[in-house]
Design a protein around this ligand. Sequence first.
Ligand code: NAP
Length: 286
Amino acid sequence: MAVRIDGKAVAEKIKAQVAEEVAALKAQGICPGMAVVLVGDDPASKIYVNNKKKACAQTGIYSEEHVLPAETTQEELLALIAKLNADEKIHGILVQSPLPKHLDEKLVVEHIDPNKDVDAFHAYNVGKIMIGDFAFLPCTPAGVIELIRSTGVEISGKNCVVVGRSNIVGKPMAMLLLHNNGTVTICHSKTKNLAEICRTADILVVAVGKAKFITADMVKPGAVVIDVGMDRDENGKLCGDVDYDAVEPVASYITPVPGGVGPMTIAMLMKNAVSAAKIQNGLSVN
Ligand code: NAP
């Protein structure tokens, strides 16, 4: 029987640390501020934006919400980004994904000041992550590292398998595991012998976007299993990429969905907002 990793509890701990840092910055006259930009009325995006606003309030971070209509033009959105880049109250800018189809998400990200890029999606920050000299870590992979740390299991020297190679999860995840001295294998839709490779993993991180994709026969006994997926099962119920009930007896530690990686993403975003405020005020980021 695996130990269930409580992502909510770890996230609360991190947010409490962030709140302490925010209070210390406020005592120096610095109030970390974040702008969240939402274009259109995607219901899931609205929920994410609300959760981010709540986390800002909980940690003492000033937040602004900019809600734009779905028909907003590229020029209008870039003009808002330019305004927020120049706004001294705002240290972090987050543009909620997905944007309506007529808007170029990549171009929008490239217009965010890299020092305010709290998602760490800008090519400058992606490059910094590659060379291991970073101020911001992408929130979801950074949250996964914290969850692994919370188990007490060392990453150094372990076989780590990441299933998924997206720019926002899989690739940076692999890079962070590598920076932590894991021996990393990245799998994707063209990988042959996926089950066999997954079975070599001491630490298995899954970010595929397919409900219950990882089955018990793909997991090495005693592995740490981290499920990034947020999917719906056949009954429309929220579940992960890992078949939790089947894998739980095989693993040593496992994250549930919900209540695993999800809460960590927002906690790490708050951490990045504090780092952004420090950088923009000439303070060092620890
Ligand atoms: P994505 O951009 O769709 O990438 C999915 C990856 O899975 C791709 O690299 C794809 O390979 C790979 N894949 C697809 N089918 C596969 C197969 N049969 N075998 C092996 N690999 C396969 O997804 P994402 O943005 O990384 O997100 C992945 C999941 O994480 C989603 O459920 C998403 O909702 C969730 N997510 C959660 C959080 C959170 O905070 N909890 C944050 C972000 C994402 P190819 O590259 O070859 O196509």
